[in-house]
Write a protein that binds this ligand. Structure first.
Ligand code: NAD
Length: 361
């Protein structure tokens, strides 16, 4: 097993170090190799995704990724900005399926911005299509408008597009995930989120998801417009089971779902291709506001490492050991500042990582 370690920028290096520490404490046989990515790679190699980093990622069974970005790179040309590294990895490795579980740990129920009764027991899975939609659609750019409301004015444009096979494969991923959750005692329902009332792209999305759904008679399917989905996520989030949606809607809804669980610092994610090769990263960014202070929550990254063991490295028992250890440190009352509340013990990034290692048993 070979794991590419790409810590990136900001808190990325701090939280990935803790996840690697936990992985190494498991006594599994794997090889790791680290490389620069994002702003850190731009500073040294002049590019956020150097060829050697991309090659390492392609050759690995799995990639453990921290986060990229910093405000100091905001004036660079777009292809050189740190965030292009993550888009480049997704595109080059074909990582089309993004899994973001949003689970509210009972110990953190009061850290959520919503009322206890709305989030207590929350366990939903957001599946976001990751390599299509308006983030990748061509053409895009800036030009002088020749029509529209202000002909002759500068305008910018992007293209929203999805092809039938792109929708089919993400729909299969969602129905299969719902089926697995049903087998494990869950509800087994897919909510497909679209904007079919306004957008042609999402009318095709809805039609194709409906067709694929016929192949999964054991899984219930409903459809919801994205504006309603945003409202329902904060009104009655436990009504959802598996949510499947496009790249841009998924980007926004999954961050909203993150807050339901108490902190974005708790949320892992997995991005998989059709060979089960995956990139595992916390759902949050590089948090430049707290970088270098030793206060970042490493649990999302540690839980991402657990997802990596389960999805790409076929080590479900080791994954469960990590998840149990995280649960145990929360029960012990240990909290980084983002999830700290009265009556709990505040710890830093490294102490939290050490506590998880200790709780592995
Ligand atoms: P962010 O997720 O980095 O931070 C949002 C807020 O959450 C901040 O207040 C931050 O301190 C807090 N936060 C995030 N992770 C935390 C953790 N583990 N523990 C405690 N608090 C945490 O989002 P942002 O501020 O909008 O973006 C910062 C940079 O990250 C930007 O350059 C952005 O482009 C980049 N970004 C990268 C990724 C990625 O690498 N996949 C994803 C999102 C944003």
């Amino acid at each position: 097993m070979k794991i590419a370690i790409l810590p990136g920028d900001g808190i990325g290096t701090e939280i990935v170090a803790e996840a690697v520490k936990v992985l190494k404490a498991l006594d599994l046989k794997f090889e790791t190799e680290s490389a620069l990515v994002g702003g850190a790679a731009f500073d040294v190699h002049g590019h956020p995704l150097p060829e050697a980093t991309l090659q390492l990622a392609k050759d690995a069974d799995a990639i453990l990724f921290g986060a990229v970005g910093d405000w100091k790179y905001d004036t660079l040309d777009r292809p050189l900005r740190p965030e292009q590294a993550i888009l480049g990895l997704r595109k080059n490795l074909g990582l089309f399926a993004n899994f973001r579980p949003a689970i509210c740990y009972p110990q953190l129920v009061d850290a959520s911005s919503l009322k206890r009764e709305l989030v207590s027991g929350l366990d939903i899975l957001i599946i976001r299509e990751l390599t299509g939609d308006i983030y990748f659609g061509q053409p895009r750019g800036r030009r002088i408008a020749t029509d529209g409301h202000f002909p002759g004015a500068e305008e910018a444009f992007d293209t929203m597009r999805y092809s039938r096979p792109e929708i089919e494969r993400i729909a299969h991923v969602a129905f299969q995930a719902a089926r697995k959750r049903k087998a494990a005692g869950g509800e087994g329902r897919v909510t497909s989120v679209d904007k079919a009332n306004v957008l042609e792209t999402f009318q095709l999305w809805k039609d194709v998801v409906t067709e694929i759904g016929l192949q999964y008679p054991d899984v219930a399917l409903d459809h919801m417009y994205v504006d309603n989905a945003a409202m329902q996520l904060v009104k009655a989030p436990k009504k959802f089971d598996v949510v499947v949606t496009g790249n841009m809607f998924g980007d926004i809804l999954s961050d909203a779902a993150a807050m339901l669980t108490g902190s974005i610092g708790m949320l892992p994610s997995a991005s998989l291709n059709d060979k089960n090769q995956g990139l595992y990263e916390p759902s949050h960014g590089s948090a430049p506001d707290i970088a270098g202070k030793g206060v970042a929550n490493p649990l999302a990254t540690i839980l991402s490492a657990a997802m990596m063991l389960r999805f790409s490295l076929n080590q479900p028992e080791a994954a469960a050991r990590i998840e149990k250890a995280v649960d145990s440190v929360l029960t012990q009352g240990l909290r980084t500042p983002d999830i700290h509340s009265k009556g709990t013990t505040q710890v830093g990034t490294v102490e939290m990582g050490d506590a998880v290692v200790k709780a592995l048993g």
